[in-house]
Design a protein. Structure first.
Length: 332
């Protein structure tokens, strides 16, 4: 069967084998790299070589070495003895590891969400259209510049049961003075409060996210009768979801590695992890095994398990993020 086109010419018949046969794609021709492309490649590799070197030296090598040491009994001085996965078995049955995991999860579950909420509030305050906004942003961010080590000492003084400012204020409102660092639960809550002093770093990231939301969306929402609260939950929060995801991942990572605050506060109240192992976080117990008990193999096994736990939690958060993260921002 032949077909006739409008011009009167006859087109060759089309064969059908269950539908029109797809056109064959020609193999992509490989062109040799030009001198300019090679030069740009060399320049690019030269620029990223410090990062590549940093990843290899400070991330890849320590991970591989830690895993190798975790399969041995090693004190740092004596000969290395191969023990296989005995350190991992010991970590799973060690009651102090269970205590450290529980304390760390308690901290992370409270500190991370509270930190995100505080950072969003600070970012909204930083985003106000007022003349003195530069001064306000500086004042809100300054606490994040104070080293954690120094902040921990400041908090020890503030919560002192005899002379601390916190207990003095509690006395003014009729609450008896309490040794907040003498109870395992309140000691952890003090460390949670201490962590919020660094919310300014996350607030800057949220501020960048807020500045990236088109103002036309808010104008349209106001025309539709949406108030500030409605705008926040219907516009701001959904469009900040990618930034929330980023801060959630980094917050979980930092929460699992909390160390400095617990080290300083517990050192001044009766020893690492005191009171009653209430501040014995995972990294603190890892530190004690490595440098107090000279059990580098066991400590390395704990480090590997922490790395795996962080990867699993991050992967779980990324998987769940498909349900709440919105990457579509339209100002049209």
């Amino acid at each position: 069967m032949t077909t006739t086109t409008r011009s009167g010419t006859t087109a060759p018949p089309r064969t059908r084998t269950g539908g029109d046969a797809p056109a064959r794609r020609r193999p992509r021709e490989k062109h040799p790299w030009t001198p300019a492309e090679k030069r740009r490649l060399r320049v690019g590799i030269a620029f990223i070589s410090p990062w590549i070197l940093g990843v290899l030296v400070f991330i890849a090598y320590p991970l591989i070495y830690s895993f190798a040491i975790s399969l041995t009994r090693y004190s740092g001085m004596a000969d290395i003895t191969w023990v296989g996965f005995a350190n991992y078995v010991a970590a799973f049955i060690d009651p102090l590891v269970h205590t450290a995991v529980g304390n760390t999860l308690f901290y992370a579950v409270i500190a991370v969400p509270v930190g995100i909420v505080i950072a969003i509030v600070i970012a909204i305050a930083m985003n106000q259209d007022v003349r003195e906004i530069g001064w306000y942003r500086t004042a809100l961010y300054i606490p994040s510049l104070i080293p954690t080590f120094a902040l921990a000492f400041i908090f020890v003084v503030l919560v002192n049961p005899q002379t601390g400012l916190v207990n003095q204020v509690m006395k003014l409102v009729g609450i008896p003075a309490t040794n907040l660092l003498g109870d395992p639960t309140t000691a952890k809550l003090v460390i949670v409060a201490l962590a919020q002093m660094g919310a300014g770093n996350a607030a800057l990231i949220f501020l960048a996210g807020l500045r990236g939301i088109p103002k036309t969306l808010y104008e349209a929402a106001r025309v539709d009768g949406a108030g500030p609260v409605r705008q926040f939950f219907a516009l701001t929060l959904p469009l900040l979801s990618p930034v929330i995801l980023f801060n959630l991942i980094t917050g979980i990572s930092n929460g699992l590695q909390v160390f400095t605050e617990a080290y300083v506060i517990s050192s001044g109240t009766g020893g690492l992890g005191s009171p009653d192992n209430g501040t014995l976080f995972y990294m603190l117990y890892l530190y004690k095994n490595a440098f107090s008990y000279a059990q580098l193999g066991f400590a390395s096994a704990m480090a590997v398990l922490l790395f795996l736990a962080g990867m699993i939690l991050s992967g779980l958060v990324y998987w769940l993020s498909k349900r709440f993260v919105n990457y579509d921002v339209t100002g049209e």
